[in-house]
Design a binder for this molecule. Structure first.
Ligand code: TXA
Ligand code: MG
Length: 321
């Protein structure tokens, strides 16, 4: 039986094992940051390359400071405002954090998840957990316990925490002060918590201009996790952004015979919550060979940046307008 209790999860984690836990964003594949064996096992189970670093999940700001030496006033202000919640903060690492977590970089990513079951496990264990999304590398993240069971054919024990409320992975930012004392916010991954909201908060709190940069867009810097193909469902996904009456026809033009037409909610936050489940569950339609989605109403909305990011990467074909 692969569904386990939170108590059992703590026992497994104490022994250096790996379990899947619910967070408010997506399910995570968790291992103690103190167990090299658990960390190595996470990469093995996901078939994830070692250059892709992990997020450390902590209970509070005090624990964040222990793993992140660069957790300064900007980090603290953001954590006080948005934690527990879907915001990951990047800062200079502490020396004793495993290289498996940071992929040998000078920085570490930390977040405090809101899901009560995840927090219960963190409390009982007394140690932070490294937890990437509980899916195979490049595939869609799980938002229900049954997705994890299916993803790893029941081989990974899962704590069932119901459907994830947010549904997309956390927003990842690195805040820093520039030499001129201004605030710079680098976005590594958009999330449901919009970067404009984080920017507005910092601006109001510190009375400073907040410059937003998108990692890798100008610097050519290597940004882990920004591969072109990511979040992919098991069937090819065709995203039809051009205005057309018949999306099924567009899929057939590509040579697909039985496309499943997806319907996403018209409200952004609900669409975010439902997206991954829809991709995953529609891929199981008997006889289907593809998925097709027409331009959602919210496509151009500023708050939909995370949805545009995930859908663009999850698609095998994109038809522009
Ligand atoms: O919502 C979430 O963040 C979920 C839940 C489980 O908490 N976790 C998650 O983890 O999405 P994962 O491993 O699937 O994605 C983490 C991303 C990766 O793309 C990784 O490259 C990036 O965070 N990352 C981690 N540490 C980093 C660092 N020091 N610098 C830049 N990117 C980093
Ligand atoms: Mg992931």
């Amino acid at each position: 039986m692969s569904i386990i209790s939170a108590e059992k999860a703590v026992e497994i984690l104490k022994g250096g094992g790996v379990v899947a836990l619910p967070t408010e964003t997506v399910y995570g594949l968790a291992g103690s940051i103190q167990s090299e064996q658990a960390l190595a096992r996470i990469f093995e189970i996901k078939a994830r390359p070692l250059f892709d670093p992990l997020i450390v999940h902590v209970l509070d700001i005090g624990s964040a400071k222990k793993v992140c030496a660069g957790f300064g006033e900007l980090h603290e202000a953001l954590a006080e405002k948005f934690w527990p919640g879907p915001l990951t903060l990047i800062g200079e690492r502490s020396r004793d954090v495993s290289d498996l977590i940071t992929a040998g970089q000078d920085t570490v990513a930390v977040r405090s998840p809101a899901h009560p079951k995840f927090r219960e496990v963190l409390k009982a264990l007394g140690c932070p957990l490294a937890a990437p999304s509980a899916n195979r590398f490049k595939k869609t993240s799980p938002t229900k316990a049954e997705h994890v069971v299916q993803e790893f054919s029941g081989q990974v024990p899962v704590v069932d925490g119901g459907e994830c409320e947010v549904g997309l992975e956390s927003t990842i930012v690195k805040p820093r002060r520039t030499e001129l004392g201004e605030i710079e916010l680098t976005l590594y991954r958009p999330g449901v918590l919009a970067v404009s909201e984080i920017q507005a908060f910092l601006n109001a709190r510190f009375h400073k201009t907040v410059l937003v940069k998108r990692a890798g867009s100008t610097t050519g810097e290597f940004v882990p996790g920004q591969l072109k193909e990511h979040y992919q469902p098991s069937l090819p996904l065709i995203l039809v952004l051009k205005k057309t009456g018949d999306v099924q026809h567009e899929a057939i033009q590509f040579g697909f015979k039985k496309p499943v037409v997806l319907n996403l909610p018209s409200e952004i936050y609900l669409a975010a919550r439902k997206l991954y489940g829809l991709l995953r569950e529609s891929s199981l339609t008997p006889g289907a060979d593809s998925l097709v989605l027409s331009r959602p109403e919210w496509w151009d909305d500023e708050l939909a940046e995370a949805l545009r990011d995930r859908l663009s990467k999850a698609s095998t074909h994109i038809l522009l307008s």
